[in-house]
Write a protein that binds this ligand. Structure first.
Ligand code: ZN
Length: 79
């Protein structure tokens, strides 16, 4: 049984996410947090796709669970 990840970002797809150059913060239910720079997102997830269906495949390096994460965006501040 796996839980769906919680997505706290205004993006439907990874392509929209990276186009906005926002970094991704992934916080697992065990408390482990990982920041992924926008430039690494498409490479890490092997291409574009729906955010929730891509993120659910991530496995936490701390506790080994999938889908127990809260994913949020860290917008780049623009001048
Ligand atoms: Zn974890």
């Amino acid at each position: 049984m796996s839980k769906r990840p919680t997505i706290e970002a205004p993006y439907g797809t990874l392509g929209e996410w990276t186009a906005d150059r926002a970094d991704m913060r992934i916080k697992c239910a065990c408390g482990r947090t990982m920041n992924m720079p926008a430039a690494n997102i498409l490479g890490r997830f092997k291409g574009d796709g729906e955010v929730s269906s891509k993120v659910i495949r991530l496995r936490c390096r701390g506790c080994g669970r999938r889908g127990h994460a809260t994913v949020s965006s860290i917008p780049i501040f623009r001048r």
